[in-house]
Design a protein around this ligand. Structure first.
Ligand SMILES: Nc1nc2c(ncn2[C@@H]2O[C@H](COP(=O)(O)OP(=O)(O)O)[C@@H](O)[C@H]2O)c(=O)[nH]1
Ligand SMILES: *[C@@H]1O[C@H](CO)[C@@H](O)[C@H](O)[C@H]1NC(C)=O
Ligand SMILES: *[C@@H]1O[C@H](CO)[C@@H](O)[C@H](O)[C@H]1NC(C)=O
Ligand SMILES: [Mg+2]
Length: 241
């Protein structure tokens, strides 16, 4: 009995050391997995309804040139490096069925979303544009990963284009009603889903600032008849990511 005690004590010490090492290893592994998952999110989605200028902005960013765009059925993908890391810019076709399919495909790796708006026609197209934006904002994966969102008010070369703050106000007004309609349409009795669908407090006017994502607004023109292009707002946003 007497000489069993040190053996047992030794056994206990060994078990404690073993458990400590085990915990450290597990922590390191989990940390490595977390880092890997985070760094695998390097996709920048260029999205928005048809003809807003996504493909032209893509080509200005990647190739620095104007190309004749055509209605795309496939996504364009290219590598793009800012000072900190390699990003992958993905230009998603705007047609309804396709854009949902590509959005589903890329949303897991999304680090940032550039939501391109035709500021010249936004007043007429606000329903479509706001609904598509809404679907992005309530997506569970988007809500979980919280990518940065840039609302890019493109086609500022047109004389009567709405400026950034006007476009923001137009969206906020439309989303204010859309979120209630959408939430009522939800058959789910899941209180959490209903709450997410409401995008904030329905008692108050909808405000982008209440969303969990970091949202920026910028203006651009990817074409001008005088030959100039201004996509500095996107470039700055990409550099800051
Ligand atoms: N005036 C003007 N036209 C633009 C601008 N950006 C794109 N466009 C034109 O708008 C049309 C649709 O552009 P595209 O990049 O194909 O849009 P997408 O459907 O969003 O990919 C094309 O004829 C472009 O040349 C812009 O900033 N100003
Ligand atoms: C982008 O970079 C990745 C890895 O860094 C590479 O595998 C891929 O081929 C590149 N794609 C293009 C279009 O250059
Ligand atoms: C082209 O038009 C833009 C916007 O009106 C203006 O800021 C820019 O100076 C013009 N550039 C040239 C070369 O005319
Ligand atoms: Mg396109």
């Amino acid at each position: 009995m007497a000489d069993k005690v040190p053996v047992e004590l030794g056994g206990t010490d060994f078990t404690q050391v073993f458990i400590a090492i085990f915990i450290i290893v597990i922590t390191l592994v989990l940390f490595a997995i977390y880092k890997k998952r985070k760094s695998s999110r390097q996709g920048i989605l260029l999205t928005g309804i048809c003809d807003s200028g996504k493909t032209l902005i893509f080509s200005q960013l990647i190739h620095n040139k104007h190309i004749q765009t055509h209605t795309s059925i496939k996504e364009n993908v290219a590598n793009f490096s800012n000072e900190k890391e390699n990003l992958r810019i993905i230009d998603i076709p705007g047609h309804e069925r396709l854009r949902d399919k590509f959005f589903e495909q890329y949303k897991d790796i999304t680090k940032g979303i550039i939501y391109v708006v035709d500021s010249n026609t936004i007043t007429q197209d606000v329903r479509d544009a706001a609904e598509f934006l809404y679907n992005i904002l309530v997506d569970p994966i988007i809500l979980k990963n919280k990518p940065n969102l840039l609302i890019l008010c493109n086609k500022q070369d047109y004389t009567f284009s709405k400026g950034g703050s006007a476009v923001k106000a137009i969206f906020e007004k439309e989303l204010n009603t859309l979120r209630v309609t959408k939430s009522n349409q939800l058959e789910s009795v899941d209180a959490k889903a209903k709450k997410a669908a409401l995008l904030g407090n329905p008692e108050e006017d909808f405000d982008f600032a209440t969303l969990p994502l970091k949202i920026d607004i910028a203006e651009s023109y990817a074409y001008h008849k005088n030959g100039t292009v201004d996509i500095e707002g996107v470039k700055k946003w990409l550099a800051r990511l």
